[in-house]
Ligand binder design. Sequence first.
Ligand SMILES: C[S@@+](CC[C@H](N)C(=O)[O-])C[C@H]1O[C@@H](n2cnc3c(N)ncnc32)[C@H](O)[C@@H]1O
Length: 209
Amino acid sequence: MSFDRIAPLYNIGENVFFGNQLNLARTVFISEFAKCRSVLLLGEGRGRFLQELLAINRKCSVTIVDSSSSMVRYQKSKISTSDFDRVYFNCVSIESFSTNKKFDLICSFFFWDCFTARQIDKLVASYSTLLLKNGLWINSDFIDSVNFKNYIPFIKIRLLYLLFHLTTEIRAWRVEPFKKFAQENSLRSLKFHETNKNFIYTELYQKII
Ligand SMILES: C[S@@+](CC[C@H](N)C(=O)[O-])C[C@H]1O[C@@H](n2cnc3c(N)ncnc32)[C@H](O)[C@@H]1O
């Protein structure tokens, strides 16, 4: 499942479809991360969040897992040379990545929409074991539901999937609510924010065991 073909157009597409809303969603709780020490970014894309995280937290080490070499090139282009020794780029699929490290923050922004419920079920169970007790997990995504009063979000999501299916090999066709997978893996909701009501949300969780 590679985003190489879509990577050069990713920011333009994001801005045309959503303006600044996705970035607002990614960064809404960023001040909570100023003291994190070890961060895992799943499917970081073009590196917008990475850039902001490194700016607010001068000490954390960051591990990135992203299967697209093109996306990883964009991520590298976003960071200054002095930050290279604290960012670890892993251009592999999340299914094949393995590590001995533990993290106090895991970030998944607009990432699980690439996966089916079955895939998410397995992956969240496995990645939640990499989170330390009391560690944080932040997730942003779309709320994928039909709303007859406002059908624009629903249409945008369908167009997004059409584009993804034309350019990548993802199997998903709908955005699964992350909450269920979080709850099944001892992640307790701490904060919830809707950047765009009934459409774009961010939720912050804490690992309780
Ligand atoms: C929809 S984009 C989201 C990018 C970014 N997180 C954002 O907020 O815009 C999905 C990202 O996950 C990566 N990705 C997709 N499937 C993956 C997989 N199986 N393993 C690792 N990364 C994957 C893509 O290369 C891309 O960077």
